[in-house]
Design a protein around this ligand. Structure first.
Ligand SMILES: Cc1cc2nc3c(=O)[nH]c(=O)nc-3n(C[C@H](O)[C@H](O)[C@H](O)COP(=O)(O)OP(=O)(O)OC[C@H]3O[C@@H](n4cnc5c(N)ncnc54)[C@H](O)[C@@H]3O)c2cc1C
Length: 341
């Protein structure tokens, strides 16, 4: 059996692991490592430390299927709809640009439930496994971890944002061709902060919308009544609010600690929603790599860095930053793995 390591338990890594298991069950042993304490990556759903009745999506907010992707990724959409992981987004989203033939979906249990759905049948999953280096050892890869120690794999798939791939030590850097290096160096991500505010169960927001794009504020670009957006408000369940800062704000404050940036965002939020009740808990997230502004050019959703042993990169850097970009990349990584294993 070939041992395959997938680095990253975000959407690309989890879907790739799931499809690989379905297609090559008896031929591969799949292992997923993620440096975080839980799954989801940028499709993360957060809870306050001592509450199971609150949750909020700090990264991706909803999924928009264009007519073309609804058709080409039909099996993925229909699986998630049948499992109840995706439901049509029917709350009011102020400022949302409707595109012809596209459909918006929300996740009643939060965005990470999409990733968890795929991980549930996929692989040996290990959190707090931070990969720091890759070294070629004959027909295998030795993969080193930050905590110390290493393991050998027959094939490795990297699904983190390209700037994080380029930080890896070892042989990866030497194996890139001049053209590949140029392609990867050209990838650009936006940066932003996200804030989740959790409220007591008896709080009812006074505004009518489930989410709102903010156009007249230089710090905040989006606010969601997150639990309302997911139809998750109800008895005993506390409402949550999510705030995304604009990209210029993200860039301006990128090197500051999130604890120092949180009060600035709250001050701006208060100007936009002066009647907002007092939250019982707040979580701030810095997305250094938020959404791809410039993806890898001329790329079919993955980049093969080395054939034998296989080292392949995927993720939204290689397509575009949304659900369908990740599905597209996972499918393309899968085709490389199938051909190689
Ligand atoms: C604020 C924000 C809003 C967004 N809004 C939307 C939206 O509304 N709709 C939509 O479709 N998309 C949206 N997106 C984009 C979407 O979230 C991403 O395109 C998608 O989640 C990327 O998935 P991925 O698996 O490719 O990468 P990631 O989710 O980044 O997964 C990579 C994983 O690799 C792990 N990792 C990184 N380095 C290492 C390492 N060295 N060792 C081990 N593990 C490592 C990370 O912890 C992470 O879990 C948004 C993103 C952000 C940040």
């Amino acid at each position: 059996m070939s041992r395959v390591l997938i680095v990253g338990a975000g959407l690309t890594g989890s879907l790739c692991a799931c499809l690989l298991r379905r297609e090559l069950q008896n031929k591969v042993h799949i292992v997923v490592w993620d440096k975080a304490k839980g799954s989801g990556g940028r499709m993360s759903t957060s809870r306050p430390p001592d509450s199971l009745s609150h949750s909020a999506d700090l990264g991706a907010q909803y999924i928009t299927a264009t007519a073309a992707y609804a058709q080409s990724h039909h099996s993925v959409y229909s699986e998630l709809m049948t499992a109840g992981v995706l439901q049509p987004l029917d709350g009011l989203v102020e400022g949302l640009r409707q595109r012809d033939g596209s459909t918006d979906y929300m996740t009643p249990l939060g965005m990470s439930s999409v990733v968890k759905h795929f991980l549930s049948e996929s692989a040996d999953l290990f959190f707090e496994h931070h990969v720091t280096g890759l070294y070629r050892r004959g027909a295998s890869w030795e993969v080193q971890r930050k905590a110390g120690g290493s393991e050998m794999f027959d094939a490795v798939v990297l699904t983190m944002p390209v700037p994080q791939i380029l930080q890896l030590q070892g042989d990866l850097g030497h194996m890139l061709s001049v053209e590949q290096r140029q392609q990867l160096d050209g990838v650009v991500y936006s940066s932003r902060f996200a804030l989740a505010l959790f409220f007591p169960p008896d709080v009812v927001f006074s505004f009518p919308w489930a989410a709102r794009y903010v156009t007249n504020n230089r710090s905040i670009c989006y606010i969601a009544a997150d639990s309302r957006k997911r139809n998750a408000d109800g008895p005993g369940r506390g409402p949550s609010l999510v705030v995304h800062t604009s990209v210029p704000f993200g860039v301006e404050h990128l090197e500051k600690d999130k604890e120092d940036v949180q009060p600035i965002i709250l001050q701006e939020l208060h100007k936009l929603l002066p009647d907002l009740p007092q939250p019982i808990s707040i979580k701030c997230q810095k997305w250094r790599y938020s959404q791809v502004l410039t993806s890898v050019p001329n790329c079919p959703g993955h980049m093969t860095i080395h054939d034998r042993p296989l080292l392949v990169c995927g993720g939204d850097s290689f397509v575009h930053s949304n659900f369908d970009g990740c599905v597209e990349s996972a499918l393309s990584v899968l085709s490389v793995l199938k051909a190689s294993l």
